[in-house]
Ligand binder design. Structure first.
Ligand code: HEM
Length: 381
C-alpha cells in the first residue's frame, strides 16, 4: 500500500479494507480486548522487571508495540518481554528500515538506479524476502489450524482471499506495511510524551490528577475510559504537533497543473513530499510554536483528523492520510493512561526536568537525539 499509486485498483481495495473492516468502529471493537491485554502485559513487565530502575523508555515501548501489533494482526507474540535480546522480526525490520533509509545515489540520479552501485537494492530485497518468509510461516500456521475463526486482521484478510479479493502476496506486503507504519510511530509518540511530561512537572501532575479522578483505584484502564480524559488527549495532540513521529508525508503526486508553493509552480506529475513537522511549527499558524503548551488545544474542537486552517496534520492529509489513525489514537491514549496511572515516573538520579533533551533527529521517523531514560515506581504493589 505504501508504494502503490492512489489510482491503483489494489490500493483502492486495501484502503476500503482499512475503512470498512480493520479500522471501522466494529473492526476496532473486535480487536480491543487484545490491545488491552497487551498493554496490561507491558505494565506487568515494567512492574516485574524494571520497577525502581532506569529504563530506556523507547526500547521498552517498541517491544510492547511489536506484540500489540502482532496480536492485532495475527494473534501471536513476536517478542518475549522477559528477554532483552532483539528477536527475529524486530531484527529483520530494523535491518530493512536501516537499509532503505541510507543515502542512495540512485535516488538522486535515476539513470544509476539500474546499476544499484551501492548494493542497497540487493540488500533490501534480501531483507524483504526474509520478512516475507516470516509471514509465510505465520500464514501456514493459520491455514493448518483449519477453519478456526479469528477476529484479527489476518482472519479478515484470509476471508477476503478466499473470496478471490487478494492474493497471499498482497496480504503479506500489506501486513508488512502495517507493521512498519504502525509500530515505531506509536512507540515514539509515547516516548516523546513521557519526555515532555518529565520536563514539565506541572503538566504531569495535571494529567495524573485527571487519571486519578476518572479511574480512582481501577488499576487497568480500558479503551472506554479514554473519552473521559480530555486533558490527556490535548497533551497527546500537542506532542503530535511538536514532535510528529512521521515528520514527512508519504510521497504524493501533483494531479493537475496550476499548484504553486512559495511562488514556484508545481507541474502535474511532480512528486511532492510534504513536511508536516514544519507546517506544525509555522509561526503564521501557531502562537509560540516551539513551546509545549497542551492548553492551546483546549476548547478548539480540533481532533486528530486535522483542520487545514489550523494546519494540524500529524496523520497527513487527503487520499493518503494515515488509515491507521483510529487505532493509533486509541493505542497511544491507552498506553499512556495505563503507564501514568500505574507508575510515578521520575528522572535518573541527579537529572533535573530542564535536563531532558527534547531535540529531535529528523528522518523518516522523528527520534529523540538523546533517548529518554526514566524510572517507573509502581503506585500499587
Ligand atoms: C501515532 C501513530 C501514527 C502516526 C503519527 C502516523 C502518521 C502517518 C502519516 C503522516 C502518514 C502519511 C500520510 C500522508 O502521506 O498523507 C501515514 C501513512 C500510513 N499509516 Fe500511519 N501513523 C501512525 C500510526 C499508524 C498505525 C497504527 C497504522 C496501522 C496499523 C498506520 C498505517 C499507515 C499506512 C498503511 C499508511 C500509508 C497510507 C498510504 O500509503 O496511503 N499508521 N501515517
Amino acid at each position: 500500500m505504501l508504494w502503490l499509486p492512489a489510482i491503483s485498483p489494489v490500493f483502492k481495495r486495501l484502503r476500503a479494507v482499512c475503512n470498512n473492516h480493520l479500522f471501522s468502529a466494529r473492526g476496532l471493537d473486535a480487536t480491543r480486548a487484545m490491545r488491552e491485554e497487551k498493554v496490561r502485559e507491558l505494565v506487568g513487565c515494567l512492574r516485574d522487571r524494571h520497577a525502581g530502575q532506569v529504563v530506556n523508555v523507547g526500547v521498552v515501548m517498541l517491544s510492547g508495540m511489536f506484540n500489540l501489533m502482532s496480536n492485532v494482526l495475527f494473534s501471536e507474540d513476536v517478542i518475549d518481554l522477559k528477554s532483552d535480546d532483539a528477536q527475529e522480526l524486530e531484527r529483520l525490520l530494523n535491518d530493512a528500515i536501516e537499509e532503505i533509509t541510507k543515502p542512495n545515489l540512485s535516488d538522486l540520479f535515476s539513470l544509476l538506479s539500474k546499476l544499484d552501485l551501492q548494493g542497497h537494492g540487493r540488500n533490501f530485497a534480501l531483507y524483504i524476502k526474509k520478512l516475507y518468509d516470516f509471514f509465510d510461516r505465520v500464514i501456514s500456521r493459520r491455514q493448518s489450524a483449519g477453519g478456526e475463526k479469528n477476529v484479527d486482521y489476518l482472519g479478515v484478510l484470509l476471508q477476503l482471499h478466499s473470496e478471490d479479493q487478494f492474493s497471499l502476496q498482497t496480504i503479506k506486503s500489506f501486513i508488512l506495511d502495517l507493521f512498519v507504519a504502525g509500530t515505531s510511530t506509536t512507540a515514539l509518540t509515547v516516548e516523546w510524551t513521557l519526555a515532555e511530561l518529565l520536563r514539565h512537572p506541572a503538566v504531569m501532575s495535571k494529567v495524573r490528577g485527571e487519571l486519578q479522578e476518572v479511574l480512582g483505584s481501577k488499576e487497568h484502564p480500558d479503551e472506554s475510559d479514554m473519552d473521559k480524559l480530555p486533558y490527556l488527549r490535548t497533551v497527546v495532540m500537542e506532542i503530535m504537533r511538536l514532535h510528529p513521529p512521521a515528520p514527512l508525508m508519504m510521497p504524493h503526486l501533483a494531479m493537475a497543473d496550476g499548484a504553486e508553493v512559495g511562488g514556484f509552480p508545481v507541474p502535474k506529475g511532480t512528486k511532492v513530499i510534504v513536511n508536516v513537522w514544519a507546517i506544525m511549527r509555522d509561526p503564521a499558524s501557531w502562537e509560540q510554536p516551539e513551546a509545549f503548551m497542551p492548553e492551546r488545544f483546549l476548547g478548539t474542537g480540533l481532533d486528530f483528523r486535522g483542520v487545514d486552517a489550523r494546519a494540524f496534520v500529524p496523520f497527513g492529509a487527503g487520499r493518503r492520510q494515515c488509515p491507521g489513525m483510529p487505532v493509533a489514537t486509541r493505542s497511544v491514549m491507552l498506553i499512556l493512561a495505563s503507564l501514568l496511572h500505574a507508575f510515578e515516573w521520575s528522572l535518573p538520579y541527579g537529572m533535573q526536568p530542564c535536563d531532558v533533551d527534547v531535540r529531535d533527529r529528523f528522518g523518516t521517523s522523528l527520534n529523540m537525539v538523546t533517548p529518554l531514560k526514566a524510572v517507573p515506581t509502581p503506585v500499587w504493589h
